[in-house]
Design a protein around this ligand. Structure first.
Ligand code: NAD
Length: 423
């Protein structure tokens, strides 16, 4: 593909995006003014600055956050992100989206998110462990199995969760596995959790394609972001007969119109640290990748990747948001006008928090499920939610994003009114 000039536009503030989406949906609901204002605000926010001893003996200061958006439906749930571009506004947005995600799929959780401003790729394993244990200690005033339960997100892994669980347990004096989810199986993780978000993306893609009358077999799929969500969604969709023609990560993208073998690409990425350079594929930039000819586009990297600038050039008829917030509200309007079906993040990538919920329940009960039980229950819950959101979108004549947000906000507002305003 010929190199194109890439126009760099400033990333849209994720918190502005989240608020705009919230306000659009809230207009459909008869919310009292105070309730509407309250649900637009994070309930509490913690900023921590903390020192970490590096391998060379120096001390570096890091900044991290933990935001609870809502505790109306239950304990807060949400991942922890390690990325150099983390901001408080990003964590706020991700926490609010977690509230709506848990509400729309019917989980008994409020929304939270955490983040540390760090590039985990440049730290040694020891440095990452020190950083994680110190951050976990700093946010332990908010974290507990009954109060706030973190999970992995961009830049964190099951190993990160193991360090958090161990740190918290050391402080308590006994093992407390249910304080985090996304743990390794050896310490109380759940079968199916690693694959859960990608599996949910595959299930929702299959269902959405069916509603469009699109055959999955042979459908061309492009995936931006080849991490936990993107890589697993890619191989599960390839197993469904899709042709995955392009994938990418921070190192760049690869494209083969005849199809890539996602498992071989993952093996290559595990050895080299990036998909770029995969043999037999052309190189594309992340920007070019979004505009490649395809039937289904699965953005699975970060927020704000598809804007009003590039949305008109996106060729896909179906977009399934593996990532949180990859499409700006202006781009959403472009897709609505062009009749491109967008399955919003709060439904499309809810598989992760659904199986995190199963992991938490299993841990609290000390009674563990088989992988089949996990996958069957995941499928039942995520497809029920997808079908409810489709019906609401039909009924209200709106997008799936607004329909999903309406359902979610309504559920939280109802619970809030039933609980009453304390004191
Ligand atoms: P990850 O760290 O495993 O992978 C992220 C991938 O995105 C990496 O391959 C990275 O190289 C790539 N990437 C980062 N910036 C990019 C860019 N600008 N262009 C292209 N690729 C880029 O993270 P993950 O857990 O797969 O999370 C990805 C997205 O999915 C995030 O938005 C996250 O919030 C969301 N999500 C994750 C889960 C989960 O269970 N892990 C659940 C729900 C939603």
């Amino acid at each position: 593909m010929a190199a194109q000039a890439v126009v760099i536009t400033p990333r849209q503030d994720p918190w502005e995006m989240a608020l705009r989406q919230y306000n659009v949906a809230a207009e459909f609901l008869p919310l009292k003014r105070g309730i509407r204002e309250f649900l637009a605000l994070p309930k509490r926010e913690l900023t921590v600055n903390f020192p970490v001893k590096m391998d060379d003996g120096s001390v570096r200061i890091f900044t991290g956050y933990r935001v609870h958006h809502s505790t109306v439906l239950g304990p807060t749930k949400g991942g922890i992100r390690y990325h150099p571009d983390v901001t408080l506004n990003e964590v706020r947005a991700l926490a609010m989206w977690m509230s709506w995600k848990c509400a729309v799929v019917g989980l008994p959780y409020g929304g939270a998110k955490g983040g540390v401003i760090v590039d985990p790729k440049v730290l040694s394993l020891d440095e990452l462990e020190h950083l994680t244990r110190r951050y976990a200690t700093e946010i332990s005033i908010l974290m507990s199995p009954e109060g706030d339960i973190p999970a992995p997100d961009v830049g964190t892994t099951p190993q990160t969760m193991a360090w958090i669980m161990d740190t918290y347990s050391m402080h308590r004096g006994y093992s407390t596995p249910s304080v985090v989810t996304g743990k390794p199986l050896s310490i109380g993780g759940s079968f199916g959790r690693v694959e859960a978000t990608g599996r949910g993306v595959m299930l929702v893609t299959r269902e959405a394609a069916r509603t469009l009358g699109m055959q999955l077999s042979g459908a061309k799929v492009v995936v931006q972001g080849f991490g936990n969500v993107g890589s697993i969604a890619s191989w599960l969709l390839a197993d469904q007969g899709c042709t995955v023609t392009a994938v990418s990560d921070t190192g760049g993208g690869i494209h083969n119109p005849r199809g890539l073998d996602p498992r071989a690409v993952l093996k290559y990425k595990e050895e080299r640290g990036t998909v770029a350079g995969f043999p037999g594929a052309d190189r594309v930039t992340n920007e070019q990748l979004l505009e490649l000819p395809c039937d289904i586009l699965i953005p699975s990297a970060l927020e704000g990747q598809i804007t009003a600038q590039n949305a008109p050039r996106v060729k896909a008829r179906l977009i399934v948001e593996g990532a949180n917030g990859p499409i700006t509200p202006d781009a959403d309007e472009v897709f609505h006008g062009r009749k491109v079906l967008v399955v919003p993040d709060i439904v499309a990538n809810a598989g992760g928090v659904i199986v995190s919920y199963f992991e938490w329940v299993q841990g609290l009960q000390q009674f563990f499920w088989t992988e089949d039980e996990v996958n069957q229950n995941l499928e039942r819950i995520i497809l029920r939610s997808f079908s409810q959101v489709m019906s609401t979108a039909d009924e209200k004549r709106t997008t799936l994003r607004t329909a999903a947000s309406i359902r979610a906000i309504q559920r939280v507002a109802e619970a809030l009114m039933t609980r009453g305003i304390y004191p």
